[in-house]
Write a protein that binds this ligand. Structure first.
Ligand code: AHG
Ligand code: MN
Ligand code: MN
Length: 337
């Protein structure tokens, strides 16, 4: 049987299952091509002059790397001409990017973290791109970039598609259109994504956790309790030994969980209290939460299902606890007691 490329998967989702529209299919193909272009730029590394600082700050006050800026530009340019989008929003842009008048406007909104794991770029560790797709509400005011922000402020349950690319030893694209989770691997010779896994299911139990232990002294009681219990291993209340992994690229940590289970936590702590968390709701937490739930896992702030949060701001931050369902349920239980 012929290889199932991304184009073929999307065509079949559209034709046989009626899950997606022609415009959404086009949108995802365009995003996947942008991810291929980002993958090529990353692959050049020190030879392509793409490493190092850009010399600017983004809206979150973080120093931008050259690849943050380049990846953002690749995604913007790839997506603005096709007629499938009403506007785009990105970690790297203060305000949404509306579609220039010279191009037709479509019915979707695209959000992205163009380059996730920026601290890992220069050290040659896996990084990625995260994206989320919403429908633009009828009658939304897109006359200015500032006015357009309101159209994006929808809960994660409203996402019609979400995905991420991991640029690791191989480049993979993990996608949901609300019909389970599928994984494509980039065939570099052919220049296309080929389906390599369908119906991804995250094991409900795990013995692997991911958290930045350097923040331990700032954590709240439920997180202290849970991590302490995991560290006690077989002789503690959980009765099994755990291992720890922390890549510091959310895409890579989430991809490990997609592959073999685990729990990922970037919880609220006393240092992050003022900003509400570390990770951004609309283009980090929401797309990952949809993917994780579609693969049978769970995603919570500790107190609330991430996908049900009604956003107040485009760049809002949230606590994130996601992965194997029984472990997420355990720590959310600790938040309730
Ligand atoms: P970004 O590079 O897009 O700013 O995101 C980085 C995020 C996330 O990928 C990762 O899980 C986390 O920041 C790492 O934070 P620490 O450096 O605090 O470990
Ligand atoms: Mn990120
Ligand atoms: Mn980023």
């Amino acid at each position: 049987m012929a290889e199932r490329t991304l184009a073929r998967y999307l065509t079949e989702e559209q034709r046989n299952r009626g899950v997606i529209t022609a415009d959404l299919k086009f949108l995802i193909e365009i995003v996947s091509r942008a991810c291929q272009a980002i993958s090529i730029a990353i692959g050049k590394g020190g030879l392509g002059g793409v490493l190092g600082e850009a010399g600017s700050d983004n809206v979150q006050g973080e120093a931008q790397k050259k690849l943050d800026v380049l990846s953002n530009e690749i995604l913007l340019e790839a997506n603005e001409w096709g007629g499938h989008l009403a506007a785009m929003a990105s970690e790297e842009m203060d305000l949404p990017h509306t579609i220039p008048n010279r191009y037709p406007q479509g019915e979707y909104l695209l959000l992205f973290d163009p380059l996730d794991g920026s601290s890992n770029i220069d050290v040659n560790v896996s990084i990625g791109t995260i994206f989320s797709v919403l429908k633009c509400p009828e009658g939304a005011d897109l006359s200015t970039a500032a006015a357009a922000e309101a159209a994006f402020l929808q809960p994660g349950t409203a996402q019609v598609a979400a995905g991420y690319a991991v640029y690791g030893p191989t480049t993979v694209l993990v996608l949901t259109v609300g019909d389970g989770v599928v994984v494509f691997t980039l065939d570099r010779e052919q220049g296309q994504f080929v389906l390599t896994q369908e119906n991804v299911q995250i094991p409900a139990d795990t013995q692997e956790f991911a958290i930045n232990m350097a923040n331990q002294r700032f954590w709240e009681a439920p997180v202290q309790r849970y991590v302490h219990e995991m560290q006690q291993g077989k002789t503690g209340p959980l009765g099994k030994d755990y291992n720890m992994r922390w890549v510091a690229s959310m895409v890579a940590d989430v991809h490990r969980i997609m592959t073999r289970g685990g729990i990922f936590m970037y919880p609220i702590d006393s240092k992050l209290q003022g900003q509400g968390g570390k990770l951004r709701l609309m283009y980090e937490a929401n797309p990952m939460a949809l993917l994780i739930e579609q693969a049978g896992g769970a995603a919570s702030t500790g107190l609330q299902r991430i996908l049900e949060i009604k956003p107040g701001k485009l760049h809002q931050r949230v606590p994130v606890i996601l992965g194997s369902k029984n472990e997420v349920d355990r720590i959310t239980g600790y938040h309730r007691t």
